[in-house]
Design a protein around this ligand. Structure first.
Ligand code: PLP
Length: 397
């Protein structure tokens, strides 16, 4: 199997699993317990929290564990809105956010009287800081802009946005689920008040995440019941999971430079290979301002979904628009927002690498793509029309 869907999820690193295992078997105590094994579990949770805080340049009591990245996004947005609704009900976000952000904003708009501005992006998928600034009004309480996009990999000018948002005294949240463990930053560097991350996107276990909340940010409790997570999120801690996300964060950051170098080199090789071997393609997202592991191409005259299935039959795992929207044939909201036609959006394929991806795997994938794209185009009446000069191409230079 060749796995090129690391933006959807990653393999839990063996070192991470190893650190987690004792907390299922011998050290299974409840962190709230006062006896030895409870204390052991509590210490492990504290260690994970300290590790993540250190990586973010934050304080330990600013890190709150959640069950996933989606929960962290929901919590951040809903609770700032709740806490500040007397002050104002306006939230600014972008059209290319993950659904965990977009659907939460839509919910607040539909059910709770929020006013939401969904900002356009440029052709590379970048939010313009000046557009954010222009959208701020006296009743703006939150700006939520993702750090890097999960479909096209575009990295946002987070620092500029963060600085500017702070100048206006507004709270800034970023969904860093794709950025954490792939880009070096601290919350102070980027002027972040709240940040969401997810363990399974950086070689940690599924069902784990965290929300960073800068001290002083007005935020409500998300789950009521117990005193866990500084009284903000009740429920017995997922101790093995928390140990896992802490270990994965450390692992990702320890090897960050090497990983970025390696992935960037292979990413650019994959892009070059596709552009030289397959005609009528379009690279989606920014050419240089993208995540080190993200490649997203539209193959004209081809249905991405068909390509996906045929690659799967060859043991190659890639993704269409995004894993979350597969199953629906509606073109991705991100690809539409960067201006793609429906047909080019439907011809999109995302390939996301890991530190374990090899050049041989890339070569095998490019060979398979070259063959399959040719095959599919030969069955396309539109492609036949293009060859005869009747159909126009959207990708020809
Ligand atoms: C995967 C992802 C999420 C959701 O994280 P889960 O832990 O799977 O809930 C949110 N935002 C982005 C950008 C993602 O890529």
């Amino acid at each position: 199997m060749i796995y090129l869907d690391n933006a959807a999820t990653t393999r839990t690193a063996p070192e991470v699993v190893e650190e987690m295992l004792p907390f299922f078997t011998e050290k299974y105590g409840n962190p709230s317990g006062v006896y030895g094994t409870g204390r052991e579990a509590k210490e492990a949770v504290t260690k994970a929290r300290d590790r993540i805080a250190a990586l973010l340049g934050a304080k330990s009591d600013e890190v709150f564990f959640t069950s996933c990245g989606s929960e962290a996004d929901n919590w951040a947005i809903v609770s700032v809105f709740e806490a500040l609704k007397e002050k104002g009900c306006h939230i600014i976000t972008s059209k290319i956010e993950h659904h965990a952000v977009l659907r939460t904003c839509e919910y607040l708009e539909r059910e709770r009287g929020a006013r939401i501005t969904y900002l356009d992006v440029d052709g590379d998928g970048r939010v313009r800081p000046e557009d954010v600034e222009a959208a701020i009004t006296p009743d703006t309480v939150l700006v939520t802009i993702m750090a890097a996009n999960n479909e096209i990999g575009t990295v946002q000018p987070v620092r500029e946005i963060g600085e500017m948002v702070h100048r206006h005294g507004v709270i800034f949240h970023t969904d860093a689920v794709q950025a954490f463990g792939q880009l070096p930053f601290t919350v102070d560097d980027w002027g972040i008040d709240m940040l969401s991350a997810s363990g399974h996107k950086f070689n940690g276990p599924k069902g784990t995440g965290f929300l960073y909340i800068r001290k002083g940010t007005p935020v409500r409790a998300f789950l009521h019941g117990g005193a866990q997570e500084h009284n903000r999120r009740a429920g017995t801690e997922n101790v093995p999971g928390i140990v896992g996300i802490g270990a994965a964060a450390k692992l990702a950051m320890d090897s960050l430079d090497e990983k970025v170098r390696q992935e960037t080199e292979l990413r650019d090789y994959l892009i070059r290979e596709i552009e030289t071997k397959i005609p009528n393609v379009r690279l989606n997202g920014s050419r240089d301002g993208r995540l080190p592991n993200n490649v997203n191409f539209s193959f004209e005259f081809v249905e991405g979904e068909s390509l996906l299935i045929m690659l799967d039959m060859k043991g190659i795992c890639v993704s269409g628009g995004s894993a979350c929207s597969s199953g629906s044939l509606a073109p991705s909201h991100v690809l539409k927002a960067i201006g793609l036609s429906d047909s080019l959006a439907r011809g999109a394929l995302r390939m996301t690498l890991s530190a374990e991806t090899t050049k041989e795997e890339i070569d095998t994938t490019v060979a398979a793509l070259t063959e399959l794209v040719k095959k599919l185009r030969n069955m396309s009446p539109k492609y036949e029309g293009y060859l005869k000069g009747i159909e126009k191409s959207e990708t020809a230079e």
